[in-house]
Design a protein around this ligand. Sequence first.
Ligand code: KMT
Ligand code: NI
Length: 179
Amino acid sequence: MVQAWYMDESEEDPQLPHRAEPSRPVDLQQLNQLGVLYWKLDADKYENDPELEKIRKDRNYSWMDIITICKDKLPNYEEKIKMFYEEHLHLDEEIRYILEGSGYFDVRDKEDKWIRIFMEKGDMITLPAGIYHRFTLDKKDYVKAMRLFVGEPVWKAYNRPADHFEAREQYVKFLAQTA
Ligand code: KMT
Ligand code: NI
């Protein structure tokens, strides 16, 4: 089961859960309506997993690498952490599969409210092109994730506002035609 919820408005440490009170959980159907896809896999067998291979084949996720995000392992850690948490979009899907550790992906809903998605070992997610989002580690300060891409990766992030891009316009249209 995906673990997601609406966030509170507090300006406190972003690495805290920030669950709205009273709690407003978000289910997979709500995420799907935002164009967010989610799978639960067995991360212990990521090197040889027919389920993962099927997803990659079906969705053309031909490219992949593995990134470890923690102070000691990621070059320019502080700078990257800051970038990840700036609200931004990409012109392509953002696809992540958590192999170890955990973190939060935050996405904007249709009313521009933040939904926080807790991602831990075995969780795989696709954020659609054009969705405003951000990422932070949680208080455990560690994640190892597979990054996938359709063809050669483009890491370029456009911080909000970035509404004039075709990918954004397409995404806004997509939102308008789902329930
Ligand atoms: C991104 O683009 O936000 C990242 O690669 C960081 C998250 S990977 C768990
Ligand atoms: Ni991103």
